[in-house]
Design a protein around this ligand. Structure first.
Ligand code: GDP
Ligand code: IMO
Ligand code: MG
Length: 430
């Protein structure tokens, strides 16, 4: 039996949702372990599109358990809206198929507001966040003043916790010239929704322990991507959680032995939303063409994603940092009509050649890509389901990525649809 972690291996939006949905046919439990509703995971099933933010992608399938682990930051209002939206699309969500960790941190409206204030301020670097309050909520978690799911169950305790939180936030707000937060209003607002959230709440680590004993197959669904990791990403242009596979253990409460296969989701080119360094960015016609063909607009914020060539240096680095056992390569069809395709195989930093992205931000902005050229295949790969049917030049491109990164290619995705996937090795069957 094999439990799998699906990890975005670039700057997010690699197609994790599609791959998790596809793999979840063979899994019993799908688990989110970090991030929040900054994530936007798209699934296309029988021509119906689902956009998931907080809910694990397994939720659309019958007879699967979906878990939101303690490492996730939960905006309870956003979660209830998302549940409603999916119910409108015919998905049944009850406390039998959705569990939420009782020790997960909540995102409150004050977090969202602070995120926006910082983004709009002229005094700090704009990160280009999703403005969902993700960063401020994680700060409060680490600052030991967060409100957690189980706090909703006890009025006295909730009141005390909110005092602690507001002691901190109201002093910041005062210095920013913002109105004090009204404690009574927060409590009233939380009371209105607490029953609806608490009904899903459980000690999920214990549930996972039970599932492990019953040898159920677990699928851990990462959000964002390794280059957005708070430690290993392009800091400070990152999200506020660890996005690497190692985060799955702390973010759910299961030991490192639980995961037997780390599947890195890798887009056949590179995209990024928000600010920050992007060595292979194409600010030209080709970049636009990739963006249009790939429909590269943010699932959450609808912002235009920046597009560029495949950066093999970064993906190789991600593979090592996250212990990736196999790559699921996505969106190869987007490159179908490009005559000359380039892959970054090294950087120049001044006169020096280097084979990794340095951690100093200044250098990350300064590196110049060294490219290797590939002949495009100029044929459609859309919907191909077998390796043998890929054009020769596409095979060469994929084989190079495998060789350069030193990691097997487990699958190749050729359209947004669940079934349009070339399977080379099923991680869940190993
Ligand atoms: P995630 O955040 O990693 O789950 O990715 P998103 O859902 O934000 O963005 C990926 C986008 O690409 C979605 O619109 C998917 O429907 C789409 N997609 C996924 N795989 C493929 C593929 O192989 N080809 C094409 N053309 N689109 C894909
Ligand atoms: P999925 O799971 C792409 C980016 C934001 C911003 C930075 C910090 O769909 O791949 P945050 O709101 O997290 O504080 O923003 O991280 N970002 C993502 N980019 N895909 C995502 O999620 C992202 N989640 C956050 O654009 O640059
Ligand atoms: Mg996304």
């Amino acid at each position: 039996m094999s439990n799998v972690a699906v990890i975005g291996s670039q700057w997010g939006d690699e197609g994790k949702g599609k791959i998790v949905d596809w793999l979840s046919e063979k899994a019993d439990v799908v688990i989110r372990f970090q991030g929040g509703h900054n994530a936007g995971h798209t699934l296309v099933v029988n021509n119906v599109t689902y956009k998931l933010k907080l809910l694990p992608s397994g939720i659309v399938r019958k007879n699967k358990i979906s878990i939101i682990g303690n490492g996730v930051v939960i905006d309870p209002w956003a979660l209830l809206d998302e549940i409603k939206q999916l119910e409108k699309q015919g998905i049944k969500i009850t406390n039998k198929n959705l569990y939420i960790a009782e020790n997960a941190t909540l995102i409150l409206p004050l977090h969202k507001e602070l995120d926006g204030i910082r983004e709009d301020s002229k005094n700090t670097d704009k990160i280009g966040t999703t403005r969902r309050g993700i960063g401020p909520a994680y700060e409060d978690k680490v600052g030991r003043r967060a409100i957690r799911v189980m706090d909703l169950a006890n009025k006295d305790n909730l009141s005390k916790r909110i005092d602690m939180l507001l002691f901190h936030h109201n002093s910041i707000r005062k210095s920013l010239g913002k109105k004090k937060i009204d404690k009574k209003k927060i409590i009233r607002d939380l009371e209105k929704i607490s029953k609806n959230i608490l009904k899903y709440s459980k000690p999920v680590w214990k549930k996972i322990e039970e599932f492990k004993k019953k040898r159920k197959k677990l699928l851990f669904e990462g959000a964002q991507g390794i280059l957005l990791d708070i430690d290993h990403g392009t800091y400070p242009f990152v999200t506020s959680s660890n996005t690497v596979a190692g985060s799955a253990f702390a973010g759910t409460g299961c030991g490192p032995g639980t995961i037997n296969y780390v599947l890195g989701i890798v887009k056949a080119y590179t995209t990024r939303v928000g600010e920050g360094p992007f060595p292979t960015e194409l600010k030209n016609e080709i970049g636009n063409k990739i963006g249009i063909r790939g429909k590269e607009f943010g699932t959450v914020t609808n912002r235009k994603r920046r597009c560029g060539w495949f950066d093999a240096v970064l993906v190789k680095q991600s593979c090592f940092i996250s212990g990736i056992n196999g790559i699921a390569l996505t969106k190869i069809d987007v490159l179908d009509q490009i005559k000359d395709i380039y892959v970054c195989v090294g950087y120049k930093l001044g006169r020096k050649k280097i084979d990794y992205l340095p951690s100093a931000l200044k250098d990350q902005f300064r590196v110049r890509p060294i490219y290797k050229r590939f002949n495009g295949w100029m044929k459609t790969t859309k919907g191909i389901k077998k390796w043998k049917d890929l054009p020769e030049n596409a095979k060469k491109y994929v084989s190079f990525i495998k060789r350069y990164c030193g990691v097997k290619i487990s699958s190749i995705s050729t359209s947004p649809k669940r079934e349009d996937t070339i399977l080379l090795e099923n991680p869940l069957k190993k």
